[in-house]
Design a protein around this ligand. Structure first.
Ligand code: NAD
Length: 263
């Protein structure tokens, strides 16, 4: 059981980010959840619903309004965590967007390309730069801590989808960002991990629910089911507890076996 360690999770208001926040809350983390959607009066969905669920688990949850794609907001987001808890142990880059419209790669627009890259890759890249000194300060003050950064990429980092090229490109680039930061920070004591979800039931996959239902029934996923946010949350919880101390740069796929090449 973790005690007093603090995790910042981006995009924590719903879906996979919510699942990660609650799994880390369950094992004793104090949580800071950042999201672009911030509605204090809404306790039925979004950050303030997640805060209520975390409270049921006995965990502190700080909701922070923030747009990860905007580097001008990064200092404020991190300072809010430090002001509330006095430390930062774990950063989970989860916030991400799909293209608003699926478009053949021959018609991808510069606007959609920039939007998806801005949230999924450029934002986490620069937020990492700003978070590292805070993670190191926390580690310096406490010999027992195991600081970690987790990048939530996707199987789309390596699987082509011709109707959402900008998404695949953003996740491939984010995967390389994870590798580069793992390399750069290896000696510092901050371990960096990449988690690659497969088909996970969230609001993001609502538009393709029936398409993937049929593909899963036809055998696309060896474990023959959708993934759920808690599947990803448990994987992240496993990584950040310190049981992979000699495995920085690890890529953990959470896809029900989709990475198994099959005949
Ligand atoms: N659902 C899947 O099948 C799947 C598969 C692989 C990877 N992923 C990745 O997992 C992550 C979470 O996906 P999800 O399915 O939970 O999506 P989702 O759309 O259900 O939730 C994403 C959350 O991120 C927030 N967000 C979006 N843009 C933001 C920004 N600029 N700043 C801060 N917060 C922002 C949203 O408000 C929302 O709360 C994404 O990075 C996604 O690419 C999802």
């Amino acid at each position: 059981m973790e005690r007093n360690r603090v995790a910042l999770i981006t995009g924590a208001g719903r879906g996979i980010g919510r699942g990660i926040a609650l799994e880390l809350a369950r094992i004793g983390f104090k949580i800071a959840g950042c999201d672009i959607l911030y509605e204090p009066k809404n306790t039925r969905s979004g950050l303030f619903e997640v805060r209520g669920e975390a409270a049921k688990l006995g965990a502190a949850f700080l909701p922070i309004e923030g747009d990860v794609s905007n580097p001008a907001e990064h200092d404020r987001i991190l300072s809010a965590v430090l002001a509330e808890y006095g430390r930062l142990d774990v950063l989970v880059h989860n916030a991400g967007v799909a293209p608003e419209v699926r478009t053949d790669v021959l018609q991808t627009t510069p606007e959609s390309f920039d939007r998806v890259m801005g949230v999924n890759m450029r934002g986490p890249f620069f937020l990492t730069q700003k978070a590292v000194p805070r993670l190191l300060e926390t580690a310096a003050g406490d010999a027992g801590v195991k600081p970690a950064i987790v990048f939530i990429t996707s199987i789309s980092a390596v699987v082509s989808s011709t109707a959402r090229a900008e998404y695949c490109l953003s996740k491939a680039a984010l995967s390389m960002a994870a590798r580069i930061f793992a390399d750069r920070l290896a000696e510092s004591g901050i371990n960096v991990y990449e988690v690659r979800p497969g088909l996970i039931q969230t609001d993001m996959t609502v538009p393709v629910r029936e398409k993937y239902d049929a593909l899963i029934a036809a055998g696309l996923v060896p474990q023959k089911r959708w993934g759920f946010p808690e599947d990803v949350g448990k994987a992240v919880a496993g990584l950040v507890q310190g049981y992979f101390p000699y495995s920085t740069g690890l890529i953990l796929e959470v896809s029900g076996g989709m990475d198994i090449r099959r005949l």
